[in-house]
Write a protein that binds this ligand. Sequence first.
Ligand code: NAG
Length: 219
Amino acid sequence: MRTCPLMLLCLFLVLVVCAKSDPDPLQDYCVAATQSSQTFFVNGAPCINPANAAPSHFTTTALSKPGNTAANPLGFNVTLTNIRNLAGMNTLGLTMARVDIAGNGLVPPHTHPRASEVTILIKGSLLVGFVDTSNRLFTQQLREGDSFVFPKGLIHFLYNLDSKAPALSVSGLTSQNPGAQLASAATFTTKPSIPDDILKKAFQINGQDVSRIRKNLGG
Ligand SMILES: *[C@@H]1O[C@H](CO)[C@@H](O)[C@H](O)[C@H]1NC(C)=O
C-alpha cells in the first residue's frame, strides 16, 4: 500500500515523458549525416562535423514545385521537408509541408501522432476541420491567407470546396518526423488485413461492404 503513491508518480512521469515533443537540441544545429553508413542507432540522425556545415544544409527547393495530384484518386499530394532534402532541420523539431489539392480534392481524415500542425491557405478555398477526443467537430472555411491549427494527434481533414481551381496550403508541423495515419487506410488497407468480423462489427456493416470498401481503397 505504501508504494502506491510512488508507483502513481512513476506512471505519471512515464506518461509525461512519452507525451513530450522532439527533444531539444544540445547544440546550435546537428546537420544530418544522411550519407554515413550508420552502424549504430540514435533517436534521429547523427550530425556531421559542425565545422563542415554550410548554408546549403539549411535551404531546400523541395517545396517550390507543385506535387502531382492527378495520380491520387482523392486529388491531393503532400510534399514534406525531411533530413534528406533539408539536413539542417535534424533535431530542430519541425517539418514543413506543401499541400496541393485538386478541384474538390480531399486530404482524408488522418492524424499525425507526433505533431501539431498549423496550415496557411496560400491559394484557393478549403474546408478544414478536426475532431477532438469527445467527438466534437471543429470546422472552418478558409479563404486565402487564413490559417488553422490541428492539435497533435487529432483526426483532421482538408477539402477543396472549389470543383475546378486547385488549392495550395503550406503547413508547419512540430516534429521532424510527424508521422501520418489515414483513418481509412489504417482500418481497411492494412497488411495483413484486420479480420472482416472486426470491421463488420466496428462499422456496423456486412462482409460485402468490407470487401467493397477494401477494393475501393486499393487494399
Ligand atoms: C506527388 O507529386 C510528386 C511530384 O510531381 C510525384 O513524384 C509523386 O509521385 C506524387 N505522389 C503521389 C502519391 O501521387
